[in-house]
Design a protein around this ligand. Structure first.
Ligand code: UT7
Length: 378
């Protein structure tokens, strides 16, 4: 009898699991629908007001600048096509002998200087990157370079959403009381990984990094991170990836393994464009709801710098005028995890973004992954 009951329970559970498995593509479900809304609504309160403040920012890009016109010598393209379709006019590229961990450490030092925080007081370093110098992780090396000798440091891989995911991750540690001071660095060197004969991708990306210093807010201080939301959907992996593609290799007569390299970045631009213009406005609204503010109250929209047309569409869908959109895409192109802090740093240093301003920040990219957070700057 007991055995029958157990068998019945097991087959019911298997049935439920099977029922829960949905082929998103066959079902024609868009990438943003991978997460059910009730899950977001029920947990809203835990995605608002984290005891974390963003108190300093810095960035760094390589000196070598390549204009659209110069790329005409590399692939069949034109300044007109690139600037009209994307808003990009140039990008900065690492030269041989230059390293992405150097961009990260310079950004971090500039951010610490602005915050007036000593490197030895940093307890957590997160380096969001998908193109590290060392596949095992650059963060401990970067922490050592800047003298953050008391910090635990690790990499976070979430492509162009990496910086946003890093800020929300670090904020949890500050909110919980585990740490008081954290550094989040976002940076990529995608010039290493594009196919320089593929005009669909090589004109878009540049190298660069940016960093923010976060501190735990005291109990009598207002929180800096007012709300956030994050999503991912592996069903969209084929639209944008940098996949391992090693070759089989025999190990004597024992066995065979795969060994070798990664393929260059592959992207279905149109699908990523659709995903970005659909999912990013939605996740921004979710983060604004979690923060208890409206789009009208936002001083600055700081989006991943992929395409000016994506930024225009997102801003329009939110009802935010373009004058409130922070961008430096024309100069740097898409620097993946570096793009948000690189753009925000320039806006802070130029006096555009001031202490107390309300920022709505969103990242999106491979995974697919996307997320947003609402931040009171300073
Ligand atoms: O951070 C990761 C997130 N990535 C993104 O957000 C990228 C999102 N996607 C985009 O920004 C746009 O889809 C692109 C900028 C990548 C492409 O713009 P598009 O308006 O979607 O162009 P398309 O891919 O439909 O290409 C239109 C034409 C094609 O020629 P035919 O087939 O119409 O003759 C392309 O071959 O433009 C051609 N083309 C180019 N022409 C000159 C594609 N790349 C280039 C190029 N120069 N670099």
């Amino acid at each position: 009898m007991l055995r029958c009951l157990l068998l019945l329970c097991a087959s019911l559970a298997a049935g439920f699991r099977a029922a829960g498995r949905v082929d998103l593509q066959k079902a024609g479900v868009g990438p943003c629908d991978a997460r059910s809304r009730p899950l977001v609504a029920s947990a809203t309160s835990s995605r608002s007001k984290l005891r974390a403040k963003l108190v300093g920012i810095g960035s760094c890009a390589p000196d070598t600048k390549v204009t659209n016109g110069q790329l005409e010598e590399v692939v069949e393209t034109s300044d007109e096509w690139i600037s009209q379709r994307t808003g990009i006019r140039s990008r900065h590229l690492l030269a041989p002998g230059e390293f992405s961990s150097e961009l990260a450490s310079k950004s971090a030092e500039r951010a610490l200087e602005m915050a007036g925080v000593k490197a030895e007081d940093v307890e957590l370093v997160i380096f969001a990157t998908s193109s590290p110098d060392d596949m095992f992780g650059d963060a401990p090396h970067v922490a050592r370079m800047i003298g953050a000798e008391n910090a635990v440091a690790f990499d976070l891989t979430a492509a162009c959403s990496g910086f946003l995911f890093g800020v929300t991750t670090a904020s949890q540690f500050l909110d919980s009381g585990a740490y008081k001071t954290a550094l989040v660095i976002g940076g990529d060197a995608l010039s290493r990984w594009v196919d320089w004969s593929d005009r669909n991708t090589c004109v878009l990306f540049g190298d660069g990094a940016g960093a923010v210093v976060l501190q735990a807010a005291e109990s009598d201080e207002e929180s800096g991170v007012l709300g956030f939301e994050m999503h991912s959907n592996g069903a969209g992996r084929q639209e944008l990836n940098l996949q391992y593609s090693g070759s089989p290799r025999e190990l004597a007569s024992i066995t065979s393994v795969t060994n070798g390299k990664y393929s260059p970045i592959a992207m279905n631009g149109k699908e990523v464009y659709k995903f970005a213009t659909t999912c990013v406005p939605r996740v921004l609204k979710e983060a604004l709801d979690n923060a208890g503010v409206t789009a009208d109250e936002v001083d600055w929209l700081v989006l991943h710098q992929a395409n000016i047309r994506i930024m225009e569409t997102v801003a329009k869908k939110l009802g935010v005028p373009m004058e409130k959109v922070v961008t430096n895409l024309d100069e740097y192109g898409n620097t993946s995890a570096g793009s948000i802090p690189l753009a925000l740093d320039a806006a802070v240093r130029s006096g555009q973004v001031k202490k107390g301003d309300l920022l709505a920040v969103a990242g999106f990219g491979a995974g697919l992954s996307w997320g947003a957070c609402v931040v009171r700057w300073g």
